[in-house]
Design a protein around this ligand. Structure first.
Ligand SMILES: Nc1nc2c(c(=O)[nH]1)N[C@H]1C(S)=C(S)[C@@H](COP(=O)(O)O)O[C@H]1N2
Ligand SMILES: [Mo]
Length: 510
């Protein structure tokens, strides 16, 4: 009895899929052993992130927020699945065709791994392994399929084919799991981090005023716990840097190059500062913003050590994984608390937030200032160099715009009629907030009560008592900066220099 064409197609597609899974799985395991950052998934994903146009990043962050990386990995897996199934179909039609496609994907992973900044000596290996294993698996499986499909009518063994296909896929899934566990178990750097004793601040920040926290359910806490702090970066695999291997080099338009090791940095007098970080991709009302107490050494001191040329106007900082940010020089040399931070809310920096050292610059969006895993500073000029996001069309200087947001009640939610409260956050780091106004259903602006500000570099909470009447209501807020300016109602998208406009929420009272 001859198989239906549909059955052949299904089997060959399954063979392609299974070949890809075993190739990727074994390669991830090899990567975990030789060079975790060279994982085919990570390097192809990383390459896509770097190639993506600005609008794509904007859309991804708008759609998925901090989940953008999971979305990307899922997307790559889906595309790979479709291509691999197609390779299986083609391989059945013409021997060598599908194998060429899978081999080509392996080659792509090799190239992506080798052009990655900081690629190690074995970066090429996982991609080769992925390609070779997938090609061998595909050829073996399709060979088993041929008799069934009637191309070579000598002995038909569907069960054997199924066992082999499922077996290859199972090996792939198992190695994928082992590889990921192995990567997670590269605990040594985490152990170094946990054992770290942060130095005491030579210049401590005053305690957070008790009046800074209004403690309203649903309102963002004024100090964001590290585990809840938003995370935005281009790193699919979080760089794991041993502080013993870390150093910071300051070069470019300077009198003398400065290189400082971790131990040398730690021996310097540390300063504490409360600074609210914000992402330029944050939409009006969004949550890509967080506030922490940072411990670090002033950037200006190390720049002074290097002796900055009078012609320079920009500092290009580079991370261990090749991200760059261009920061206006004056923001790093004036008296603000621009830090090489090593501590976040009393802990060493979490891995995802830049361990062992990151930059924090009050008043500027993260993309032009907050380089995590920082290893290099080049003193230069805006007309000589561009950085990761400014190359992709985002604005050169990234001062944070005056913004405010309503956290309570939640937009789209409902509240009980009667005495309640409207509350939210407002910020314009390094300028400060003087007031917040709220209006209900387009009525008169009412002045909200401001909580105590920690400093002009942090956001501030606000509240307004509200007697909620039954029905649907529109709530809007706007902030007034310490410079007397009122938050603009002119809406703007995040690109190229930050979202603006009033936050508006609809609530129903019932
Ligand atoms: N190395 C590196 N540093 C980086 C980035 C990055 O992609 N890579 N993203 C920047 C951006 S756009 C922002 S908003 C902040 C976010 O810092 P967080 O993840 O600690 O909140 O980090 C900045 N520093
Ligand atoms: Mo950002």
């Amino acid at each position: 009895m001859r198989e239906t064409r549909a059955g052949d197609r299904l089997r060959s597609a399954a063979a392609g899929l299974s070949a890809a899974v075993v190739g990727v799985g074994v390669a991830e395991l090899v990567a975990a052993i030789v060079e975790p950052a060279a994982s085919p998934f990570a390097v192809i994903g990383g390459g896509l992130i770097d190639l993506a146009p600005a609008w794509a990043k904007d859309t991804a962050i708008a759609l998925f927020g901090t989940g953008d990386k999971i979305a990307l990995i899922t997307g790559i897996a889906l595309v790979l699945a479709v291509v691999a199934a197609g390779a299986g179909l083609l391989e059945l039609r013409r021997s060598g065709l599908g194998a060429t496609i899978l081999g080509g994907l392996g080659a792509l992973a090799v190239v992506a791994a080798m052009i990655r900044p900081g690629a190690g000596p074995f970066a090429w290996l996982p991609g080769i392994v992925a390609g070779v294993v997938a090609v061998i698996a595909l050829r073996l499986l399709i060979r088993r399929l041929r008799p069934i499909a009637g191309i070579r009518p000598d002995g038909v063994d569907r069960r054997r084919f199924l066992v082999w296909t499922a077996g290859a896929a199972a090996v792939g899934v198992a190695t994928l799991i082992v590889g990921n566990v192995a990567r997670g178990a590269t605990r040594s750097i985490d152990a170094v981090r946990s054992a770290l004793q942060l130095p005491k601040a030579a210049s401590a920040a005053p305690p957070v005023p008790t009046g800074a926290e209004l403690d309203i359910p649903g309102l963002a806490p004024v100090v964001t716990p590290n585990t809840e702090f938003y995370r935005i970066d281009t790193a699919l695999i979080v760089p794991r840097i041993d502080p013993a291997d870390w150093s910071l080099r300051i070069h470019g338009m300077v009198d003398r190059e400065v290189v400082i090791s971790w131990d040398e940095l730690l021996a310097l007098p540390m300063q504490e500062a409360d600074v609210t970080l914000a992402c330029v991709s944050n939409t009006v009302g969004g949550d890509l913003i967080g506030n922490a107490r940072w411990l670090g050494y002033p950037v200006r001191e190390l720049l002074a050590r290097a002796g900055v040329s009078a012609d320079a106007d920009m500092v290009l900082s580079t991370s261990a994984d090749g991200f760059t940010a261009s920061t206006p020089l004056e923001a790093l040399t004036d008296d603000r608390d621009a830090l090489f931070a090593i501590g976040m809310n009393g802990e060493p920096l979490p891995m995802e937030h830049g361990f062992p050292v990151r930059m924090v610059v009050p008043g500027l969006y993260g993309y032009v200032s907050a380089t995590k895993w920082v290893t290099q500073l080049e003193v230069t000029r805006f007309d000589r160099a561009t950085a990761y996001w400014t190359t992709r069309g985002w604005s050169d200087h990234g001062p944070i715009k005056l913004q405010s947001r309503i956290d309570v009640p939640r937009g789209g939610g409902s509240v009980e009629p009667g005495e309640t409260v409207i509350a939210g956050m407002a910020w314009q780091q390094h300028v400060g907030v003087d007031g917040v106004e709220v209006r209900i259903d387009g009525g008169d602006w009412q002045r909200a009560e401001l909580a105590d500000a920690i400093s002009t570099d942090t956001w501030v909470q606000w509240r307004l008592p509200w007697t909620a009447q039954s029905g649907r209501h529109t709530l809007e807020c706007r902030a007034i900066g310490a410079d007397g300016k009122t938050q603009t109602d002119q809406p703007a998208a995040p690109a190229p220099d930050g979202a603006q406009g009033w936050h508006r929420v609809e609530v129903s009272v019932a």
